[in-house]
Write a protein that binds this ligand. Structure first.
Ligand code: ADP
Ligand code: ADP
Length: 220
């Protein structure tokens, strides 16, 4: 089942407490907004879910299992972490083709996600000239490649222009409408309030509020 369960995560980096009991669930068919100031532990939580960081305590399960025990993790979870290193002389499409190949996917799938990400023209240009917004779109295209039931997007709105902000809102809604579980982080509540069904507000490594957006609006 397409869920992410984060339970009692604790993580220290030296004297810094990054996670201090982080606990929440991401459900299928919903966009869960993960909101909190910089340093609240959002990225570390996502890295733990993906098995990229080990927690000191607690656990994270994807569809009831630890990520590292999934047979084909990339087909379960599509993730956008920080818009990673690109080879400047290669095109966006080259990057996606390489990733697709490593997942046993072909060029047809690459061209589908290029269209979905609104990169039809840009994907043919060298990545060295990409704006941050284009790099974000490329990262999102990469996350979508394996058609995963779960998506985790860390600050996808960063660097997007106003058109990109509208685009991502529609994309998030469409992914949830298809029954996917979508976790999307932002340091700004305003970026998520129109696209999220549910908000998990983090501060200092833990959840300070966990509420459905409809309930939040009804109370306001
Ligand atoms: P957010 O994504 O909400 O901005 P992070 O999870 O990136 O928060 O960071 C939580 C805290 O942990 C911050 O104080 C950050 O500096 C620290 N931190 C994260 N990763 C590391 C690391 N690899 N080494 C040391 N400190 C880290
Ligand atoms: P975000 O705000 O999205 O978490 P960061 O700039 O905090 O982005 O983190 C980017 C990368 O740097 C991550 O891999 C994180 O683990 C690492 N990192 C974050 N804070 C520190 C830190 N204080 N010392 C070392 N590495 C860190």
């Amino acid at each position: 089942e397409a869920t992410i369960e984060v339970s009692g995560l604790r993580k220290r980096f030296g004297r810094t407490t990054a996670l201090d009991g982080m606990t929440f669930t991401v459900r299928p068919g919903q966009v869960t907004g993960f909101v909190g100031p910089n340093g609240a532990g959002k990225s570390t939580t996502m890295r733990v879910v993906l098995g990229l960081d080990a927690p000191d305590e607690g656990h994270a399960l994807v569809g009831g299992r630890a990520y590292r025990s999934l047979r084909r993790p990339l087909s379960h979870v599509g993730a956008l972490l920080d818009a990673g290193a690109l080879q400047p002389s290669r095109t966006g499409r080259d990057h996606l083709l390489w990733l697709a190949h490593s997942q046993g996917l072909g060029a047809r799938r690459v061209d589908e996600v290029i269209e979905q990400a609104g990169l039809t023209t840009a994907a043919r240009r060298r990545a060295g000239g990409y704006s941050l917004g284009m790099r974000q779109r490329l990262g999102i295209a990469a996350a979508l490649l394996g058609d995963p039931p779960i998506l985790m997007l860390d600050e996808p709105v960063n660097g997007l222009d106003p058109e990109g902000v509208v685009w991502i809102r529609g994309l998030l809604r469409a992914l949830a409408a298809e029954g996917r579980a979508v976790l999307v982080s932002s340091h700004l509540m305003s970026e998520l309030q129109d696209s999220a069904d549910h908000l998990v507000v983090a501060g200092r490594g833990r959840v300070v509020a966990d509420i459905g957006v409809a309930e939040l609006i009804a109370r306001a």
